[in-house]
Design a protein around this ligand. Structure first.
Ligand code: 13P
Length: 340
């Protein structure tokens, strides 16, 4: 895999009108999602759910890539086709979440550091053999009065940089995901301050560890009011604050920014992306890598068995977010409320 191939993959992940489906929920997380529809989280249910998503007719028109979990990249469709191969046949690029989750940061109450660097080089080689072309690692930053601390930001940025360097060494495009959580009653301004500090630290470490910006993507949170903040910022304010932070922190050499949805409602996640793409020309592609905002409606509609209804719901969200990549999403609702 030469440097140009990694650049081509990074660019294909943010191809015009397309975004990424994050379907990399760990077993505990997908179990939580299934509990909401009273479905036991068996391996077969998890497999059938992912098969429903991946075989959606026309998905490849709006979705460039899917992020898989370790169990999923080893599973097969009912006809025996391995999931990475099934996606590849549709022109969708398979990728893999490689972190081992956010764990409490010792001596720093309320803060977390993401683990998974030990043995990562060997795991990456196996994922390449299984068909993965890109990787993802998520760091989690919580806002409260006295946090995040500089130590928490530094520990997470360091891990993200080591992960990204190992991925590029293995011929995989890293998606670097520092997520500042929406949990809490903080203001939009506080989220802007913390997101700026987080991304500054991340890009300093990425440069220090010789990560090639042209061969990676950033997966950040949008800059929003905390979920419990009584004063919720408007769509326009979120879009402007998010773009301001990105312009101050992200090198123009990075080909694309793929936002996470982070607990926003489906509708709001789409409208925020749409507003950003309407504002002006940014140096990077502004796209999506949503988990919940693409899947919630599909999971509800599928409900364990209704494949066609699940696929219809997924396609509808994928199509709306594709329109938002061009700033062409119709304003469906005037109420700007966040999902619980
Ligand atoms: P959400 O869009 O549900 O935040 O998930 C994206 C993701 O990949 C989190 O790691």
């Amino acid at each position: 895999m030469n440097a140009n191939e990694l650049e081509s993959i990074a660019q294909a992940l943010v191809a015009p009108g397309k975004g990424i489906l994050a379907a990399d929920e760990s077993t505990p997380t997908i179990t939580k999602r299934f509990e909401a529809i009273n479905l036991p989280s068996t391996e077969e249910h998890r497999r059938a759910y992912r098969e429903m998503l991946f075989t959606t007719p026309g998905l490849e028109n709006f979705i460039s890539a899917v992020i898989l979990f370790d169990e999923t990249i080893r599973q097969k469709a009912a006809d025996g086709t391995p999931f990475p191969e099934l996606l590849r046949q549709k022109g969708i690029i398979p990728g893999i979440k490689v972190d081992k989750g956010a764990k409490p940061l010792a001596l720093f109450p309320g803060e977390k550091v993401t683990e998974g660097l030990d043995g990562l080089r060997g795991r990456l080689a196996e994922y390449v053999d299984l068909g993965a072309r890109f990787t993802k690692w998520r760091a989690v930053i919580r806002i409260d009065d006295a946090i995040p601390t500089p130590a928490c930001l530094a520990a997470n940025a360091h891990a993200l940089a080591r992960f990204a360097a190992l991925s590029q060494e293995a011929g995989l495009v890293p998606i670097v995901e520092p997520e500042v959580l929406m949990d809490g009653d903080h203001t939009l301004e506080r989220c802007e301050e913390v997101t700026t500090a987080t991304q500054r630290m991340v890009f300093r470490e990425l440069a220090e560890y010789r990560v090639v910006f042209e061969q990676m993507l950033l997966k950040p949170n949008m800059v929003t009011s905390g979920k419990d903040c009584p004063n919720q910022a408007s769509v326009r304010e979120v879009a402007e604050a998010t773009l301001r932070v990105l312009r101050h922190t992200v090198p123009a050499a990075v080909p694309g920014i793929v936002f996470l949805s982070g607990g926003q409602s489906d509708e709001l996640a789409t409208r925020h992306l749409n507003a950003m793409n309407q504002i002006d020309k940014a140096p990077w592609q502004l796209s999506f890598s949503y988990g919940r905002a693409l899947q919630s409606a599909a999971l509800q509609a599928w409900h364990g068995s209704d494949v066609l209804a699940g696929q219809r719901a997924l396609l509808q969200r994928a199509q709306s977010n594709s329109a938002a990549r061009y700033g062409r999403y119709p304003e469906e609702s005037q109420t700007e409320k966040l999902a619980a």
